[in-house]
Design a protein around this ligand. Structure first.
Ligand SMILES: [Zn+2]
Length: 277
């Protein structure tokens, strides 16, 4: 056992956990989720530990079925590598699938940093002159926004500027959404594979809880089509609420082109960050 003998006041010391053969002698990395997982009793589980990826996890990455579905791949990988989450008895695939994507992406970054180190070579292309520049990113230094006490990831209220106009000409502009989860990622993976914009509409539709007075059955029937009909102004408002203003790791980088001096913002490209080559 490592130096874990911290006294917790009056509480009796917990019984030592049985050493798992797979984890024996391996260091555990601590984390604190940006949002966290609520159990059936409403308790929030936010802190935990993960271990480095092993050869077995490499097989999860290489599995063709997982490669066809990024959501499923992340679920399998994290269920394998997260050794503890709060007081939950076990971190199963079902637990990881119900996690918010913000928490899953945060854990992926932690897992990458634990296994291969926090340095990531990223390439950014200047939108003005096309110059591609290599930047060394430190994954441990990326800002993380954690959910505040009075915030709810399950209910995000967005006031649309233009709204959705129904057949009777009524405008609906009060949108209530929730943040996407791993289960959403897996569900929209087929659409994502066909077309990123199609996949995004499918994801937004799944995360829409209500829109003005549009009846629930109408909302689910229209789904992605309704979201595709929203103006770019409104879609940007939704984007902001679900991404830049939402909890999670901030992946937006402020860059300056070395060739032409143009200043631009780009999202850190994580598409291949777990690649082993
Ligand atoms: Zn440039």
């Amino acid at each position: 056992m490592s130096a874990e003998s911290v006294s917790l006041g009056e509480r009796p010391a917990p019984p030592p956990a049985p050493p798992s053969p797979a984890a024996a002698g391996r260091r555990l990395y601590e984390f604190e989720l940006p949002i966290g997982v609520r159990d059936a009793d409403g308790h929030l589980h936010r802190t935990g530990t993960l271990r480095k990826m092993t050869g077995r996890d490499e097989a999860i990455l290489a599995d063709p079925q997982n490669q066809r579905n990024g959501g499923r791949l992340v679920t399998e990988l994290l269920a394998s590598c997260v050794t503890r989450l709060g007081d939950l008895p076990q971190v199963t695939a079902a637990v990881v699938a119900e996690m918010y994507s913000a928490d899953r992406n945060y854990l992926l970054l932690k897992l990458r940093a634990a296994t291969f180190g926090p340095t990531l070579e990223a390439t950014y292309k200047c939108p003005s002159c096309g110059h591609a520049q290599e930047v060394e990113e430190d994954l441990d230094e990326l800002p993380v926004r954690r959910l505040a006490e009075d915030e709810s990831a399950g209910e995000i209220r967005i006031r649309l500027e233009d709204g959705y106009v129904d057949a009777q000409g009524q405008v609906h502009d009060a949108l209530v959404m929730r943040l996407p989860t791993g289960a959403d990622e897996s569900a929209v993976a087929p659409q994502m594979r066909k077309n990123a914009s199609l996949g995004k509409n499918a994801l937004l539709a799944r995360c829409t809880k209500s829109l003005g007075d549009v009846p629930a059955h109408r909302l689910s029937a229209l789904g992605p089509k309704l979201l595709a009909d929203l103006t770019m102004t409104d879609r940007r408002l939704i984007d902001k609420a679900l991404n830049s203003a939402a909890p999670g790791v901030d992946l937006i980088r402020a860059l300056e082109c070395q060739a032409c001096g143009h200043e631009f913002k780009a999202s850190l490209d994580l598409s291949r960050f777990l690649a082993l080559d």
